[in-house]
Design a protein around this ligand. Structure first.
Ligand code: BGC
Length: 494
C-alpha cells in the first residue's frame, strides 16, 4: 500500500472508532425525558426516606433547616468560610440591605496532601482551616481579636452532611477527591469551632452550616433585583441554586408538608410557626447510583471503580462535573491507544507521556480550549495538549480529540438539564403565574467558563418535558460569590 493509502486507512479507522464512542455519549430527547421522570420519582422517594447514612443509595434530599428566602433588604457584617473542592475561602461580608454587598476575602488552594496523603487526619484539615481563618482576621480585621462580643460565622461545606439543625451536621461521605476517614460521621461545625478555639478565636461562633448550593440559592435571592416586578411587568421567581464546578449539586425550596422524613414534631412546630417551605439540598451528584437509567459507558465504569475515591456513589456527578470531564477523555484516549487507533508512534502504554497515564491529570480547562478551537490545523489544541500533557498530536488525532471533547461536554450539559427540568416540574414553578418566569442561580467553573455549556443546557431543557416554552421562561443566571454571601445570610438568621 502507498503511504497515502496507509494514512487514509489509519484515519478512517480512527474516525470510525471515535464516531462509535461519540454515539455512545449521545443523549436523545426520549432519554432526557425518561431521566427527568425518574429524577422526580427519586426526589419523592428521597423526601420520604430518612436514611442519610453512608450506605443509602437513593437521592439524599437533605433538609437544611433554611425556611425562608432573603429579599435583598437584609443587612449586617458577618464572617463566612467556604471549603470547596479546590479552595478554602474565608471572607467578611457586608450585606448592605439594597441587594448589594461588599466582600473582603482570603482564598487558599487546598494543599495537595489533604487530597492525596492517606495519613492526613481530620485534626490536620480543621487545624489548617482555623489557621487560615486566624490569618484572615489578623490581616483584615485585627480589631476582632480584641472583641468581647461574639462574631457570627456561616460555614459553607460543599460535601454531603446529614443536617439535624441549621448549625450542625455530620459528614456522610467525602466527594471530589477527599478521603480523610476520621471526619466521617462527625459534626463538621463542632470540628471547626474547636479548631478555631485552639487558635485563640473563641469570639468567632460558627452559627450556620450551608451547602454551597444553598448558599448560591440564598445569595441569588438576595442579589436578584428582578424578584418582584420587572419594568415589563413580569414576575421572575428564583427557584433553585446549582453548582456545576469540580462537583455538581442543586438546592430548592420544598413544601414542608412534602418533607415526610422530617420528624413529625419538627414538621408540626414549623407549620404552626407559619413556615411553609424548607430548602432541600438534593445532593443530585448521587442521582441513580443504581444505574437504572443513567447512560453508562465502559469508561464511566472504569473511572468510578478504578480511579474515584467513592466508588459506587455520586455516579451522576462522575458524568457531569468538571473533575471528571478530562478524566473521561483520558480514559477514551488510552482505550483508543490500546486498540492501536491513535498515538501509534508509541509502541507500548509505558512509553506514553507520563501525564496521559496519570489519573485526573487532564483538566477540564484543557477541554474548554479544545472545544472552541477553530485555528488552522487545530494549532491551539496542539499547543494546549503539548503544554498540559506533553502530548504531541497529528492533525487527524486532533480532529478526533475535538469530536470526543464536544461529545463529552454535550453529554455533561444535557445531563445537567435533567435535574433542572425535574425541579421546575415538581415545584410547578413555571405555572405559578400567568407569564411567570423563573431564575436559576448557578455557580461553578464549568457553568461559568466552559464555552457553550449554558446554551447546551438550554438545548436540552427544550428537549426535556418542559419543552421549548418552559426553556424560554427559564433564566440561568451566574450567581457570583454565591457561597460566601449565602453563608453570611444563613448566619444572619441563625
Ligand atoms: C457535593 C455537594 C456539593 C457539590 C458542588 C458535590 O461533590 O457532594 O455537597 O454541593 O459537589 O460543590
Amino acid at each position: 500500500m502507498s503511504f497515502d493509502k496507509v494514512h487514509q486507512e489509519k484515519q478512517r479507522r480512527l474516525s470510525k472508532a471515535v464516531e462509535e464512542v461519540c454515539d455512545e455519549l449521545t443523549l436523545t430527547s426520549e432519554k432526557i425525558c425518561e431521566l427527568t421522570h425518574f429524577f422526580i420519582e427519586s426526589m419523592e422517594k428521597g423526601l420520604g426516606e430518612s436514611k442519610e447514612d453512608a450506605s443509602y443509595r437513593g437521592l439524599p434530599m437533605i433538609p437544611t433547616y433554611v425556611t425562608g428566602k432573603p429579599n435583598g433588604t437584609e443587612s449586617g457584617v458577618l464572617l463566612a468560610a467556604d471549603l470547596g473542592g479546590t479552595n478554602f475561602r474565608i471572607c467578611s461580608v457586608d450585606l448592605q440591605g439594597n441587594h448589594k454587598f461588599a466582600l473582603q476575602q482570603m482564598k487558599s488552594k487546598i494543599p495537595d496532601e489533604f487530597l492525596e496523603d492517606d495519613t492526613v487526619t481530620s485534626d490536620d484539615l480543621f487545624g489548617y482551616l482555623a489557621r487560615r481563618t486566624l490569618a484572615f482576621v489578623k490581616k483584615y480585621h485585627p480589631e476582632y481579636l480584641q472583641n468581647k462580643e461574639e462574631l457570627k460565622l456561616g460555614f459553607t461545606f460543599s460535601y454531603p452532611v446529614d443536617q439535624k439543625s441549621l448549625a450542625s451536621g455530620t459528614l456522610i461521605r467525602w466527594t471530589k477527591g477527599f478521603k480523610i476517614k476520621d471526619t466521617l460521621g462527625k459534626d463538621v461545625v463542632q470540628l471547626y469551632q474547636e479548631s478555631l478555639e485552639e487558635q485563640g478565636l473563641s469570639m468567632v461562633r460558627v452559627v450556620a452550616l450551608a451547602n454551597d448550593t444553598v448558599g448560591t440559592f440564598l445569595s441569588h435571592c438576595y442579589c436578584s433585583e428582578n424578584t418582584g416586578s420587572l419594568t415589563s411587568g413580569e414576575i421572575v421567581e428564583p427557584v433553585m441554586g446549582c453548582i456545576f464546578g469540580t462537583g455538581t449539586n442543586g438546592a430548592y425550596m420544598e413544601k414542608i408538608e412534602n418533607i415526610k422524613k422530617l420528624p413529625e414534631e419538627v414538621r408540626q412546630e414549623l407549620l404552626q410557626s407559619g413556615k411553609t417551605h424548607m430548602c432541600i439540598n438534593t445532593e443530585w451528584g448521587s442521582f441513580d447510583n443504581d444505574l437504572k437509567h443513567l447512560p453508562t459507558t465502559k469508561y464511566d465504569i472504569d473511572i468510578d471503580q478504578k480511579f474515584s475515591s467513592n466508588p459506587g456513589f455520586h455516579l451522576f456527578e462522575k458524568r457531569v462535573s468538571g473533575m471528571f470531564l478530562g478524566e473521561i477523555l483520558r480514559n477514551v484516549l488510552l482505550d483508543l491507544f490500546n486498540k492501536r487507533f491513535i498515538f501509534t508512534q508509541y509502541t507500548a502504554e509505558e512509553k506514553l507521556p507520563h501525564r496521559l497515564k496519570t489519573p485526573f491529570e487532564l483538566s477540564s480547562e484543557v477541554l474548554s480550549h479544545i472545544e472552541i478551537d477553530d485555528s488552522s490545523q487545530l494549532r491551539e489544541t496542539e499547543l494546549s495538549l503539548l503544554q498540559s500533557m506533553r502530548l504531541p498530536t497529528t492533525y487527524d488525532e486532533r480532529i478526533a480529540i475535538q469530536n470526543l471533547v464536544r461529545a463529552i461536554s454535550r453529554r455533561s450539559a444535557y445531563l445537567a438539564a435533567v435535574p433542572i427540568a425535574a425541579i421546575l416540574m415538581k415545584t410547578g414553578a413555571l405555572n405559578q403565574r400567568y407569564h411567570g418566569e423563573v431564575e436559576i442561580g448557578c455557580d461553578g467553573s464549568v457553568v461559568e467558563y466552559y464555552p457553550g455549556f449554558r446554551s447546551m443546557i438550554r438545548h436540552a431543557l427544550a428537549l426535556s418535558p418542559i419543552g421549548p416554552e418552559g426553556e424560554r421562561k427559564t433564566h440561568l443566571c451566574i450567581a457570583k460569590d454565591g457561597s460566601g454571601v449565602g453563608a453570611a445570610l444563613c448566619a444572619l438568621v441563625a
